[in-house]
Write a protein that binds this ligand. Sequence first.
Ligand code: MRU
Length: 357
Amino acid sequence: MKINGKEYRTIWFESNIVKIIDQTKLPHQFTIKELKTVKDAINAIKVMEVRGAPLIGGTAAYGLALAVQENNNPEFIKKSAEELIQSRPTAINLKWAVDRMMKKLSGINSDQILSIALNEAKEICDEDEKFCENIGINGLKVIEEIYNKKKDTVNILTHCNAGWLATINWGTATSPIYHAHKKGIPVHVWVDETRPRNQGANLTSYELNEEEIPNTIIADNTGGILMQRGEVDMCIVGTDRTLSNGDVCNKIGTYLKALAAHDNNVPFYVALPSSTIDWDIKDSKNIPIEERNSEELSHVEGVDENNQVKKVLIYPKKSKAMNLAFDVTPAKYVTGLITERGISDASSDGLKQLFKK
Ligand code: MRU
């Protein structure tokens, strides 16, 4: 998608270096960062220069290719794979991508291993782009249906950034929105600010602005009253891990939005590529929920009147804070799962019909 009118993907490989858009600098500075070693990739995932489930999967895949490029030693590659998987705990795409890379590389002789690793990392990224495009084509039908009934702008609420910046391109939750916009359906997006890191305000609103899609940032607690007032036609969010029973783990606050949607009969959709489905964990209590540094809550970053980035403390110095990064929305609150293969019920039967597991 576009930034300043130029088409980008979020990650690419050029002259033996992996390049990413540094998301910790957005929306105030657009910076391309170079990852030269697997340590660089692990760090980029940890500090969230790249974030969003599909993109951290793609970065881990390229990270492993960087490990091969650096030191083609089986022990080093295995250790790098483990460290990549551990760099963030909740999004299943990380493990999915690393396992796929390791499977591809097993038994490959040393002359070919680097080109095979690079090809597979590119394949993982290309596939994600294609899957996200298909999510858009499938999700477009829901937006179109609402528009055909309403004959007026479709108001869509989203949480966090499940946009193209969270994937390789298109996004998951935003892909149906981009497809609707391209088709000339009038859409307006309510963008949850998404405290504490403000991925909604800093990234979703930014990327929608770049594509000229009307959007309004709201505080995270505003969605409920908007739904009561009939100002939300549907919600679409992304996910970091969806269980085979349809339970959805996503950015903290998603669950409360789903409850409000349920109470107000607002359809609540979750958009995901199949790489985000965890077929193994059966009980959502077993999903590892990331707890991040409480400084993400107590401090806020922005630019001052001289365009200088500043970080300031907003809490009492003595106060403790707690920063859980994800929550789980039970399947019963999810209207449908929008995937690359079609839309399914959030249930084992629904997912089985699409993915025949
Ligand atoms: O902590 P983040 O910014 O990586 O969290 C991202 C989300 O929660 C997204 O909604 C999710 O990864 C889906 S991305 C298409």
